[in-house]
Design a binder for this molecule. Structure first.
Ligand code: FAD
Length: 469
């Protein structure tokens, strides 16, 4: 590795290579207290330099872990002492924005929030959005096919990327910078890289799809007395809001109690709370329609109580409730889950998981919070069970994941598999699907240097990731 650092150091220059304290004083992830274990971070400044780093690493059989904004939640970017890190932090330019084409071309290290702001400054919108927007990168979003807060209307990252450029393990640059909505000339190669968690190539550039910016934004927090009301309300709002519904985030009571604090916008007595948002084009008419939809839902007994935002500050405060996940960490170390399932299975599934955990932890001090992008069938469990031992994690994972097999749910709605969920991949994917993933990996990265052993082990055995934290 020393030779590699020396050779690449000479090529990339002083800003292009970090070693020693410059590496070991960096935290391994946004919510992690441990330092980066790898001895070196390569910081290429352009695609050609990314290709140079990968070519050299591939020739040396050197494992490479790619770093974006380090907000990932499945240990995908956690490197060992044997790895080198390739960071996209210097690939940080917004290259072009076309108002006519409604596209923006960015380098992979651009932060999501910067791209959102840039689009907004041109009267356009990048629909992708999530709580980590200030830190996560668009390359990381694409690598994880991130979802977020507006999937119900605009889809996941995959639906908001028109083209991309990626560098393969051997340094080959695959430039697929399509800027059109339609292009069926052969395979849609960008989709290979989106959601493959950095195992097939390093994404260096993206062409993003932009939309016309919304003019009206209406937001409400409503309370529901039962889960049937939650699902009926979703169907009802979809119709009454004329397709403008853009967020439907459900908070179970105990998560609401935790994040709402001493001055809750709605009483904490209800079992479910829904954060509803609609984006539209007509400020007055959309507001009236939104108020009408909520009051009809109250009349129909789907909504027990509601607060509708009257200002941007109130909207901000409501979204803070939903995004305040770090409050759970005040109660000790947590395990975070990100499952996906059909809405028709959701109530029974959550009950099953909670019953199982309560039975196993009866008499102990523990907390389980449930919330999520329920309109997309995507739920988060945050479990504080007293410690973060592997044996504890195993027990919680079994309770959360095993019931998914029967209902054909997914162990990952949006965060991915990384190192953390490898052994549960078989719960959601068939042997044939996993074999095809492995064949793709073998074809594109035959030496297995890119993010090795993320998603699955090339040997075929989906071994457990034993790392803690
Ligand atoms: C507060 C908070 C809220 C969040 N909310 C959501 C949410 O609503 N929806 C959601 O889906 N996720 C959410 N996440 C998870 C996380 O933000 C996403 O997974 C995000 O897409 C990761 O981007 P990143 O740049 O931080 O990637 P990193 O964490 O740096 O990396 C994630 C993975 O992608 C790989 N990677 C990174 N960049 C590249 C690249 N250029 N080429 C190839 N591989 C690469 C890494 O090797 C790693 O495997 C949230 C996280 C936090 C902390």
């Amino acid at each position: 590795m020393d030779d590699l650092i020396r050779t690449l150091g000479a090529e990339l220059g002083p800003d292009g290579v970090l070693t020693g304290d410059a590496v070991s004083t960096r935290s391994a992830g946004i919510w992690r207290s441990d330092a980066i274990a790898a001895p070196v971070i390569f910081r290429p400044a352009n695609t050609e330099q990314v290709a140079m780093v990968l070519r050299a690493c591939n020739a040396a059989g050197q494992p490479v872990v790619t770093h974006g904004g380090l907000t990932g939640l499945v240990k995908g970017a956690i490197a060992t002492e044997q790895d080198v890190i390739l960071s996209t932090e210097r690939l940080n330019a917004i290259e072009t924005l076309s108002v006519v084409d409604r596209t923006m071309q960015v380098q992979a290290g651009v932060k999501l929030a910067e791209a959102q702001d840039r689009a907004e400054s041109e009267g356009l919108m990048l629909a992708l959005d999530m709580g980590a927007r200030g830190s996560c990168t668009l390359g990381g979003n694409a690598a994880t096919n991130a979802g977020g807060n507006r999937v119900i209307r605009y889809g996941m990252t995959r639906d908001n990327v028109l083209g991309l450029e990626a560098v393969l393990a051997d340094g080959t640059v695959v430039s697929s910078l399509n800027g059109m909505l339609k292009n069926n000339a052969g395979y849609d190669l960008k989709q290979l890289f989106i959601g493959s968690e950095g195992t097939l190539g390093v994404i260096t550039r993206l062409v993003l799809r932009l939309r016309t910016a919304w003019q009206s934004q209406n937001t409400a927090l409503v309370a529901c007395q039962d889960f049937t009301a939650v699902t009926s309300l979703l169907r009802g709002l979809d119709v009454s809001l004329g397709g403008t519904l853009s967020a439907y985030e459900v908070l179970w009571q105990n998560y609401y109690k935790l994040v709402a604090g001493d001055n809750p916008p709605l009483s904490t007595d209800y079992p479910y709370y829904v954060l509803v948002e609609a984006l539209g084009a007509d400020i007055t008419a959309d507001h009236e329609r939104f108020l009408g939809a909520i009051s009809a839902a109250i009349d129909n007994k789907l909504v027990a109580d509601a607060v509708v935002c009257k200002s941007g500050a109130e909207r901000e405060a409501l979204w803070q409730l939903r995004d305040n996940v770090d409050r759970t960490m005040d109660c000790g170390p947590v395990f975070i889950f990100d499952v996906s399932l059909r809405l028709s299975h959701m109530e029974a599934y959550v009950d099953t998981v909670l019953e199982r955990l309560r039975a196993e932890w009866a008499g102990s001090d523990y907390h389980i919070w449930v919330f999520g992008h329920a309109g997309d069938g995507n739920l988060h469990f945050v479990c504080a069970m007293g410690d973060r031992e592997q044996a504890t994690r195993d027990r919680v994972e079994r309770a959360v994941y095993e019931p998914l097999a029967q209902i054909r749910g997914s162990v990952s709605g949006e965060h991915g598999i990384g190192l953390e969920k490898k052994r549960w991949l078989t719960t959601s994917r068939t042997p044939e699907e996993i074999a095809l993933m492995q064949a793709l990996k073998q074809a594109l990265d035959p030496r297995g240097i890119l993010n090795p052993n993320r998603v699955f082990d090339l040997s075929g055995a989906n071994a457990d990731a034993s790392e803690d934290g």
